[in-house]
Ligand binder design. Structure first.
Ligand SMILES: NC(=O)c1ccc[n+]([C@@H]2O[C@H](COP(=O)([O-])OP(=O)(O)OC[C@H]3O[C@@H](n4cnc5c(N)ncnc54)[C@H](OP(=O)(O)O)[C@@H]3O)[C@@H](O)[C@H]2O)c1
Length: 240
């Protein structure tokens, strides 16, 4: 049983993951932009082991004081971090606008980098052999029309993770990515039925990727059963 920080627990995959971890007896410190109402069910079901902070990760300068001060105090040792929170700015490259592009990089990339920085510091302070998992996407390596900018944020995390694994492996700190396939969440809700069918038909399993399957893979990578796995990108994508 361990202590885990997970971003984006207010809905979608992050919430499914938080529940999976809590059901397994772990403690979860969760972040999301929404107020506490979004996670009321988790607070009620796990009053002792689930803590939540409503925080907008685009406030990069406040990450240290709010998350690694207010939410996680110095005497809380972390065993793992999941960088899950993200937004998707979808458009053709030729239509790219700077404002949404920068906003997406702040949340998907820079905030994830900073959460990793302070998590590793926490692990070193407490002598923990921890595990970091970044949620990336099948589109980072396979490509998808209209998702070039979003895919690039996931590619950045995959590169960052590989070098983080090399940099901190000697301390027993691991870093991996889970590249998820198409999941039916709010993020993908704007896709037309035709686009959905196209995506499903391109996968070996001809079906969406189940959030629970991604969540269980992340839990495995966080735990001691995966102690020799680091610097990897694990695809959970229905065989895309
Ligand atoms: N859905 C897919 O098909 C798919 C495929 C591959 C990879 N992924 C990746 O899987 C992960 C989870 O995606 P999802 O589909 O579950 O997304 P989602 O349903 O849109 O949920 C996104 C989560 O991130 C949080 N978040 C977004 N911006 C934030 C900010 N500025 N500060 C704090 N929290 C913020 C949201 O909080 P609020 O609710 O408070 O806004 C929410 O909890 C993401 O990394 C995504 O890129 C998704």
């Amino acid at each position: 049983m361990g202590n885990y920080l997970i971003s984006g627990v207010s809905r979608g995959l992050g919430k499914a993951l938080a529940r999976t971890m809590l059901e397994g007896g772990d403690c979860v410190w969760g972040i999301g932009r929404s107020g506490e109402r979004a996670v009321e069910d988790l607070i009620v079901d796990y009053p002792q082991t689930f803590k939540y902070l409503s925080f907008d990760l685009s406030n990069l300068d406040d990450i240290k004081s709010r998350i690694f001060g207010e939410l996680i105090t110095k005497d809380t040792p972390l065993d793992g971090l999941v960088n899950n929170a993200a937004i998707a700015y979808a458009d053709l490259v030729t239509n790219m606008n700077t404002k949404p592009l920068l906003e997406m990089f702040e949340i998907n990339v820079y905030a994830a980098f900073l959460l990793t920085k302070y998590t590793i510091r926490n692990m070193i302070l407490h002598g923990r052999r921890g595990s970091i998992v970044h949620i990336t996407s099948v589109c980072a390596r396979k490509g998808f029309k209209g998702l070039a900018m979003y895919a690039a944020t996931k590619g950045a995390l995959e590169s960052f993770s590989a070098s983080t694994a090399r940099e901190w492996g000697s301390r027993g700190i691991r870093s991996n990515c889970v590249a998820a396939g198409f999941m039916q969440t709010d993020m993908s809700a704007s896709l037309t039925e035709e686009s959905l069918q196209k995506i499903f038909n391109r996968s070996a399993l001809k079906s969406p990727t189940k959030m629970e399957s991604v969540a269980r893979t992340v839990r495995f990578l966080l735990g001691s059963g995966s102690e020799s796995i680091t610097g990897q990108v694990v695809g959970v994508d229905s065989g895309a």
